[in-house]
Ligand binder design. Structure first.
Ligand code: MN3
Length: 234
């Protein structure tokens, strides 16, 4: 009897953990080493806004690089074994800079791929999210301008974000390197939108024109996924 109750509890906890995770399941497990989550579209599907060569290098080489270096850290640091990626990232102040850069890199890229969808397939903001954006920023356009402004003025490499803060207000921020809003050292809130502004994300097509990349990035934004993240974060 106790065993059955305990098993049910464990199952329920697993379901809860899965339901609350912001990442695809393939990005989560540490026990056999982290693996690269597949893109939910083809390399060419974000053309012409994000070119196929950039997508291939960014996903297969850069993202894979964060995963390889994270796995190397996990093999060296027993404290990391068996932890979920999200729990490592949330409590990042406990770990080394190498863990911060590479766990952050794996987390942020896994999140970034699903923040995009081929043009015409990303849907629209839900009525609920649109009302919230209108109320907190004035309009969708104002929100986009603020996110782009934060991403454009991030000096060097980093990310632009739309987050839902603890007080349930939407907010815009940028982070350096591979820092994430969910890290305890950032405490930015629950991420809804991430835009990668490392040069590897846009340089082949846009060179120094980060602003043009940002303007075009919104043509492949995946509102369907962002709507789900917002509902889950409430
Ligand atoms: Mn990147």
């Amino acid at each position: 009897m106790e065993n059955i109750t305990r098993r049910k509890f464990i199952q329920a906890s697993a379901v809860l953990a899965a339901a609350h995770s912001l990442l695809p399941k393939s990005a989560l497990a540490a026990s056999t080493g982290y693996t690269l989550p597949s893109l939910p579209y083809d390399y060419t599907d974000l053309e012409p806004f994000i070119d196929a060569e950039t997508m291939k290098l960014h996903h297969d080489k850069h993202h894979q690089g964060y995963i390889d270096r994270l796995n190397e850290q996990v093999s060296k640091l027993p404290a990391l074994k068996g932890l979920s990626l999200e729990s490592i990232v949330r409590e990042i102040s406990k770990y080394t800079e190498a863990v911060r850069n590479n766990a952050g890199g794996h987390y942020n890229h896994s999140f970034f791929w699903t923040t995009m969808a081929p043009k015409g397939k990303g849907g629209e903001p839900s009525a609920e999210l649109k009302a919230k954006i209108d109320s907190d920023f004035g309009s969708i356009e104002m929100m986009k301008n603020l996110v782009n402004g934060a991403a454009l003025t991030r000096f060097g490499s980093g990310w632009g974000w739309l987050v839902l803060k603890k007080d349930k207000k939407l907010s815009v921020l940028s982070t350096p390197y591979q820092d994430s809003p969910i890290m305890d050292v950032v405490a930015g809130g629950t991420p809804l939108i991430a835009i990668d502004v490392w040069e590897h994300a846009y340089y082949l097509k846009y060179q120094n024109r980060r602003g043009e990349y940002l303007t075009n990035w919104w043509k492949v934004v995946n509102w369907n996924e962002i709507n789900k993240r917002y509902s889950a974060a409430l």
